[in-house]
Structures are given as C-alpha cells and as structure tokens.
Design a binder for this molecule. Structure first.
Ligand code: CP3
Length: 344
C-alpha cells in the first residue's frame, strides 16, 4: 500500500509539519499548456466533455508543479445543462444560460436522477484520472452548491449581487424552493457518481454564499450543503467533503458542524489568524492566500504565504488560495508560493 496521501491525512484531522497544497482553478488560462489544449478542443465546453483532453488539462498543473491534489476539470454549470438548460460561453463575457423563473420553465427540466447520460463524459474523465495520477496525488471531484448554481440558472448569467435570484426567492418562493430542491437532488446523484468513478474527496463551491443575509444564509447555503453532505455520507461514509461558503465572514464559525463537512474552505475575507481561532477548531481548513499575489509575486507573496502557514500550523490545514487563480497570473509566482509552503 502506498503511504496515505497528505491531503487525505489533513482531511482526517491530522496536523502535518508541512500543509499539503493545491490551488483553485489550477488548470486554467494562466498556463500556456492549458491554452494550447483548449484551442485543440475548440472551446471550453468541448474541453469539459472530452475525457482525454479534460484529463490532460487536469494533469498539467500536477506535472508542472507537483500539487498534492488534482481537481477534476469540469464546471459547476454542467449540472444545469444536464437538467436541460441551454448553456454557452460568450467569448470574454462568461457563461450564459436559458433562465428558469416560472413553474412552466421548471416543469421542462428533466428529473434529477436522469442527468447521467449527459454527464457520463465527466465520470469518464474521473476514471482516466484515477488511473493516471501519481500515487501521492489526491483526486478531488466537485459541484456547485445549490444556491450558487441557482443564481446562474435564474439570472442566465453571472451577476454582481445575485439580484435576480434574491428577487425570485422573495416573489415566488414556491418556484425558487422547487428549483433549489431539483439542484440539490441532482448534485447528490452527480457527486455519488464521481465518487463511484474514483473521486477521493468532493468539494461544494458556494461562491455566492456571502450575499445571503440573515436566516437566508442558513436556509439556502448551509442547509442545502448539509443535505448533500448527509446523503453522500450515507452512501459513501469514508469520502471526505470540503465545503466552501465563500464570503461567509464571521459565519464561517461553526460551519463544519452545521454542514457536516470534513473541511471548510475559507476565502481571503477573513484573516488566517481569525480562521485558526474560530474555524479550525471545528476541523480541517483550506485556504486562504489572496489570488492577487499570483499576479504581483515578490516579497509580499512570500511573507503572506509564511504568515498563513504559520497561523494554521497548530491544526489540520490544506494550503490554497482564497479564490481561483486569475488568467493574468504569472506561473512563476505559483512556483514561488509552493516553494515557500514546502521549504519555509
Ligand atoms: O478549479 C479547477 O481548476 C477545476 C475546474 C473548475 C472550473 N470552474 C473551470 C473553468 C472549477 C472547480 C470551476 C468552478 C466554477 N465555475 C465556479 C465556482 C468557483 C468560483 O470560481 O467561484 C463558478 C462560479 C463557475 C462558473 C464559471 N465558469 C464562470 C463564472 C466562468 C467564467 C469566468 C472565467 O474565469 O472565465 C467559467 C469558465 C471556466 N471554468 C474556466 C475554467 C478554467 C475558464 C474557461 C476558459 O478556458 O475560457
């Protein structure tokens, strides 16, 4: 048996002398080899649905940097597409979807357990990766959390304040709740299949959790993630789950227990010192270097990386950014971050 992987050890609650490291959006446009494979695929969605090429771009940052985890190359918006929404990426403008704001539109979606024909190529990518990854590298599967996915399905695109989703929640709670329910069920099916195909960990991205105010944060970010977590733990009790309620601020406190997650990913809206005192007490944390350091580099990158490693050094920690790396990042700054984490 290979020695147990460092990411899995941290997720099991172990404090390691050096935290394992991976990076959100580690396969992406800042890498020339990614841009080349994407051009070969034709466009982003074709890349997502081509198992060989999706596995190739997943492996690129592992080969270049030796990250401790690989994250499946796909997108959170493949689930709405599998449910029957139209999805396309307008060049330079981000995702576009057909919108769901009425009962009639909701009725046209397909059942939550009928998504697999559409998503089969993704499970194929997972299978390829579990065969090809180095023995020490952990394979992470993922999905969007229901609130974040709903914000795109309701607005038909990314929105700065998630206004259309908040509006539907207020004006037509029945349709909003039914949509959240459909996404939640589909996500359970999707992540179960990823685990069966070889994902060793799964992560839920609630990128827009921060815009939920008052009870809505509990009702629409935490509770749906808790429902998915409970269902997955029931079927796959040994698979660790990472939850990322981005922008939760002080509400990160207690998130492990409220969600039932093995790890909570924190963004850079809280300091590592605060998160160590208030979040890491509940279990493993992942985070939380500002992604802008991957653009600017230098002494500030080194000192902030050291500060985060140090702040989290008394408990289980997986080093990561606070959000995804951006296309304007310098690949050399990524290497500098990794060297700083591993060599001090
Ligand atoms: O992290 C990884 O490397 C794994 C792959 C991954 C992608 N998207 C690839 C991608 C993951 C985990 C995601 C998650 C995702 N997708 C989220 C949640 C995390 C977050 O960033 O908040 C969201 C909100 C999306 C939806 C999405 N996909 C948007 C808004 C965009 C356009 C913005 C952009 O960066 O261009 C995408 C496209 C996308 N997803 C790209 C990649 C590598 C860029 C596509 C390209 O190559 O042009």
């Amino acid at each position: 048996m290979s020695p147990q992987k460092t990411v899995l050890r941290a997720l099991a609650g172990e404090t390691l002398p050096t935290p394992p490291i991976w990076m959100m959006r580690q396969a992406g446009r800042y890498l020339p080899e990614y841009r080349a494979t994407r051009a070969q695929a034709g466009d982003f969605l074709k890349l997502c649905y081509n198992p060989e090429l999706a596995a190739e771009v997943t492996l690129q940052p592992i080969r270049r940097y030796g990250f401790d985890a690989a994250i499946l190359f796909a997108d959170i918006l493949l689930v709405p597409q599998a449910l029957g929404a139209d999805l396309w990426f307008a060049t330079g403008e981000g995702p576009r979807l057909s919108t769901i704001t009425t009962q009639a539109e909701l009725d046209k979606l397909i059942p939550a357990d009928a998504i697999h024909d559409h998503l089969n190529p993704i499970y194929e990518t997972v299978k390829l990766l579990s065969a090809e990854l180095p023995a020490e590298t952990t394979l992470i599967g993922f999905a969007g959390a229901p609130w974040t996915v709903a914000t795109y399905m309701i607005a038909g695109q990314g929105t700065p304040d998630q206004g259309p989703a908040h509006k539907l929640k207020t004006e037509n709670r029945a349709v909003f709740d039914a949509l959240m329910d459909r996404i939640t069920e589909a996500t359970i099916h999707y992540l179960s299949k990823q685990i069966e195909a070889g994902a060793e960990v799964v992560k839920l991205f609630d990128s827009w959790a921060g815009s939920l105010q008052g009870d809505d944060f509990m009702d629409y970010s935490i509770k749906p993630m808790a429902r998915i977590t409970a269902a997955l733990k029931d079927k796959h009790p040994t698979t660790p789950i990472i939850a990322f309620p981005r922008g939760a601020g002080e509400r990160y406190k207690g998130a492990h227990a409220a969600i039932g997650a093995d790890c909570v990913a924190v963004d850079d809206g809280v300091t590592a010192e605060w998160a160590a005192a208030n979040v890491q007490t509940g279990g493993c944390v992942q985070g939380n270097l500002k992604s802008t350091h991957m653009v600017t580099g230098g002494d500030a990158l080194v000192s902030e990386t050291r500060r985060i490693v140090d702040a989290f050094s008394n408990g289980p920690h997986i080093f990561n950014l606070g959000h995804g790396i951006t296309p304007d990042a310098d690949p050399e700054n990524v290497q500098l971050m990794i060297d700083t984490v591993r060599n001090g």
